[in-house]
Design a protein. Structure first.
Length: 278
């Protein structure tokens, strides 16, 4: 896969918090000219079989993927697993654990919103979830559609975080164990969108250092909203720690989100690209 020129390795379908089916997401990737693609739904690999079937039809190289919630120093982060065996027992046991935590969180979010005067939040969020996993994104989109907020930024300013209505803390598994889940399934583990967390550059570098020491494989150097400064810093940090680089749009498909599949800057150092090492 060393000749791959256009890759998008972080995308979501309606099996987690995206809008479209895996087939629809794959077709968009094909139309965007992607050579390599991964479906990385939150804490589930249930959509990969459909994605694989469609990718074969359109001759698109598909890497099995998943995005897993974890804790690092008592903070929630996301870890993308690429090249995983979806039938691996260790990985699937871990994902089932996280799915149960998500189910409990959804019920608690709905109760918290009910206490703030927002009724039937769980049912309305479920209606947006296509019958699969109910996530914070579904609650956020519900609040927008119901007129409580105008966009995602305003949702998370007023709701869903800390002690605000809908703010529910989840005790995720520690990041090093999640790395083990992924690598036990034959995959590579990457920190998702490191610059999106509310962290200083010093803290991000600490996260990358700890991830490296825990035998993590790399991190996303390029995302859809990466600035040139972030890409330069990410590339330097990947070289400093001898880590692999990945890239992904984090596409979800909601109408009020402007992210497009495949619309990514190039990785500064292709030699560190994940597709050169799997």
């Amino acid at each position: 896969m060393k000749s791959i020129m256009k890759a998008d390795l972080h995308n979501h379908s309606y099996y987690s918090d995206g809008v479209l089916s895996p087939s629809e997401v794959v077709r968009l990737a094909s139309k965007a000219g992607c050579d390599l693609f991964s479906l990385t739904d939150h804490d589930t690999t249930d959509g990969i079989a459909e994605a694989k079937f469609e990718a074969d039809k359109v001759s698109l190289n598909l890497i099995n993927g998943v995005e897993i919630s974890a804790f690092w120093r008592n903070m929630a982060i996301h870890i993308v697993g690429l090249g995983v065996d979806v039938d691996n027992d260790i990985l699937q046991a871990g994902l089932e654990h996280n799915k149960e935590l998500r189910k409990i969180r959804a019920e608690k979010i709905a109760l918290s919103l009910w206490h703030s005067g927002i009724k039937d939040a769980l049912e309305k969020a479920q209606n947006l979830s296509s019958g699969y996993m109910v996530t914070r994104t579904h609650f956020a989109q519900m609040l927008i559609q119901e007129g409580y907020c105008k966009d995602m930024k305003s949702v998370f300013r007023r709701y869903m975080t800390g002690k605000k209505p809908g703010g529910v803390r989840v005790e995720w598994i520690n990041f090093d164990e999640v790395i083990n889940w992924i690598q036990s399934a034959g995959g590579r583990a990457f920190i998702a969108h490191p610059f999106r967390y509310r962290m200083t550059h010093t803290k991000i570098k600490n996260l990358i250092r700890d991830f490296n020491e825990a035998s993590g494989d790399g991190f996303e150097v390029v995302n859809a909203n990466s600035s040139s400064e972030e890409i330069t810093l990410g590339n330097q940090w990947s070289e400093d720690h001898d880590l692999l680089a990945s890239c992904g749009s984090d596409f979800h498909g909601w109408p009020n989100q402007r992210v497009r599949i495949g619309n990514l800057a190039e990785l500064p150092n292709p030699k560190r690209a994940v597709w050169s090492h799997i």
